[in-house]
Design a protein around this ligand. Structure first.
Ligand SMILES: Cc1ncc(COP(=O)(O)O)c(C=O)c1O
Length: 382
């Protein structure tokens, strides 16, 4: 079945009692036992499972083509659950430009609990291979990356992980299952910040994990989910399910607009560099063509000048909203260096753009008027 059809139907069973087509929200935290003590509907207590979470987990599992799914209260709760399932003395290799929250919990929390880590550029497969240790159990990367839009050869990194007896987890938030299927490329775990494209409307926070195999690490992570309880609420699951129904349509439209915008910006005299995997000038373009169906709705732009010039361009935007996050229907612009921790390698003159569902001509007009203006206080960007 195509992903378009799965997005509408996967995980949904019409409510048999009322014939409801749109799924009800099941708020009950506890579920009745039969006289013999059994649980006829399979649910005991909502931290362990509930109908809306079951639906979302089944839906994303089907979209990614995995064996089991788990829904969490945020993307970070999902990543944390994977790391919490590991043991002191285990070693994790993490992409050096993975979402900064992933790096922050490793250095700020898991290091104190004895989990070892190495940050390495996942676009450099020799460096990835060299970072493997006998105790390496997990490699964790993204493609395309946030915010530099680097493209990782997932097949190659998966081969390195498996040769060393480790698993590969891919944060598929930027690509979504519409554009990229990490399991087909050899990954073992797929993760989403469902706060972004899956939810799609900037109104719900959630995270999802999908495992290729239901045994092994998936079982340990399920235990973490049930015991630690960082789960998505029934209403949040329902909202993400509603968002997923239009996911393929949204992501394809956002990708088309992002490509048109990237091409226009690349030719703009006040732009130093555009980072977008769909551009032939992008160093990972050939890999992106191989492993993605389209190139996604995210791009980053380095304006000519410094951080103040980039902030001034953002200040002049009228249609793009200056806000963090991504993947919703509204186009957003963010000066990333301002929000990342000190020491981040993100260039000061970089603006990250999340392309929404406005018409691309209107978005281009907004960017062109913002790039054309003067920097407040005198100096011009050019
Ligand atoms: C690529 C990526 N992974 C993970 C996360 C964390 O997700 P959440 O904010 O839902 O916890 C984000 C958030 O921006 C992200 O962009």
């Amino acid at each position: 079945m195509t992903i378009d059809t799965l997005a509408v139907h996967a995980g949904e069973a019409p409510d048999l009692n009322a014939g409801a087509v749109a799924a009800p929200i099941s708020l009950s935290t506890t579920f009745e036992r039969a006289e013999d003590g059994s649980l006829p509907h399979g649910h005991l207590y909502s931290r362990y499972s509930n109908p809306n979470r079951d639906a979302l987990e089944a839906c994303v599992r089907a979209l990614e083509g995995g064996a089991c799914g788990m829904a969490f209260a945020s993307g970070m709760a999902a990543i944390a659950a994977v790391l919490e399932s590991l043991a002191p003395g285990d070693h994790v290799v993490v992409a050096s430009d993975a979402y900064y929250g992933t790096a922050t919990i490793l250095t700020g929390h898991f290091e104190r609990w004895g989990l070892e880590h190495t940050f390495v550029d996942f676009t450099d497969s020799d460096a990835v291979a060299a970072s493997m240790r006998p105790n390496t159990v997990l490699l964790w990367g993204e493609s395309p990356t946030n915010p530099m839009l680097k493209v990782v050869d997932v097949e190659r990194v998966a081969a390195i992980a498996h040769a060393g007896g480790a698993l590969l987890g891919i944060d598929n938030t930027f690509a979504t299952p519409v554009l990229q299927r990490p399991f087909a490329l050899g990954a073992d775990i797929v993760m989403h910040s469902a706060t972004k494209y899956l939810g799609g409307h900037s109104d719900v926070m959630a995270g999802v994990l999908v495992f290729k195999e239901a045994a092994g690490m998936a079982e340990r992570v399920r235990t973490v989910q049930m015991r630690f309880g960082g789960v998505a609420s029934p209403f949040d699951c329902w909202l993400v399910m509603r968002g997923i129904k239009t996911l393929p349509l949204r992501v394809r439209a956002q990708s088309e607009s992002a490509l048109a915008i990237a091409r226009r910006l690349e030719a703009h005299p006040r732009v130093e560099r555009v980072h977008y995997p769909g551009l032939a000038s992008h160093p990972g373009h050939d890999i992106a063509v191989r492993q993605m169906e389209r190139f996604g709705g995210m791009l980053s732009v380095q304006v000519r000048g410094d951080a103040a010039d980039a902030i001034a361009v953002a200040a002049r935007l009228k249609l793009f909203i200056r806000a963090t996050s991504l993947g919703g229907v509204h186009s957003l612009a963010e000066h990333r260096a301002s929000v990342e921790p000190p020491g981040s390698s993100t260039p000061g003159n970089l603006l990250r753009l999340s392309i929404g569902l406005e018409h691309p001509d209107d978005l281009i007009a907004d960017l062109e008027q913002a790039l054309g203006g003067e920097r407040p206080g005198g100096k011009e960007g050019g």
